[in-house]
Design a protein around this ligand. Structure first.
Ligand code: 3PG
Length: 208
């Protein structure tokens, strides 16, 4: 799948921090049951790579990616764990070269038009706008749409159920990324019904 196809799967890409691999399978199943199939597991915990493997086993319909990729070693580890795609807060040449080498579709992060143009020069036209709210939010991304016509975005960072519709109404937004669909307390408590309900509400957000 291309990164654009992955970003079109659902209006929200859950950003997941998995502290205990034993919760990974049920977390993925709850999110998929609610309607969110594309999942980003951040490499911020010791269990993250095992969580990716566990989610792939437990939820065959999920499209599991690895986030917080900070360098080539993370890219290779994500690919080896079976991730379908990678997400990074930035767009360094080292990380993009490594992703090309191993054949991992990447959603790299950009925060300025120059960064977006540099990514586009490499043929990457679907990008993460990060951190979205701190960089001007939907108003900023709206202003990018006219000059950067070919580019499409997944704004992430500070996106909530309240402001997600503003982003999803923009012509250059394919989906938004956010952690709110899997609150840490709900994951820790094994409250899969709550996570499924949050997923269902997020999946129902409209893309214009
Ligand atoms: C992150 O890096 O954790 C993502 O940007 C998610 O941010 P959020 O918690 O504001 O949704």
């Amino acid at each position: 799948m291309t990164i654009q196809e992955i970003c079109r799967i659902a209006p929200v890409l859950p950003v997941l921090v998995v502290r205990d691999v034993r919760s990974a399978g049920q977390l993925a199943r709850a999110l998929v049951a609610g309607g969110l199939r594309a999942l980003e597991v951040t490499l911020r915990t010791p269990d993250a790579l095992d969580a990716i493997r566990a989610m792939i086993d437990a939820a065959p319909d999920a499209v599991v990616g690895a986030g917080t990729l900070l360098g080539p070693a993370d890219v290779r580890a994500a690919k080896a764990a079976g991730a379908t795609f990678g997400v990074s807060p930035g767009a360094t040449d080292a990380i993009l070269d490594a992703a090309e080498d191993v054949g991992l579709p990447m959603l790299p992060g950009v925060a300025t038009p120059t960064e977006a143009m540099k990514a586009a020069e490499r043929g990457l036209e679907t990008l993460k706008f990060f951190p979205a709210e701190a960089n001007g939010g939907a108003a900023a991304l709206s202003a990018w749409a006219a000059p950067l016509q070919r580019l499409r975005f997944c704004p992430t960072g500070g996106v909530t159920p309240r402001n997600a519709p503003d982003y999803l109404a923009l012509p250059n937004v394919l989906c938004v990324g956010g952690s709110w669909v899997a609150p840490a307390d709900a994951v820790a408590a094994g409250d899969w019904a709550r996570i499924e309900a949050l997923s269902r509400e997020a999946a129902a957000l409209r893309r214009d």
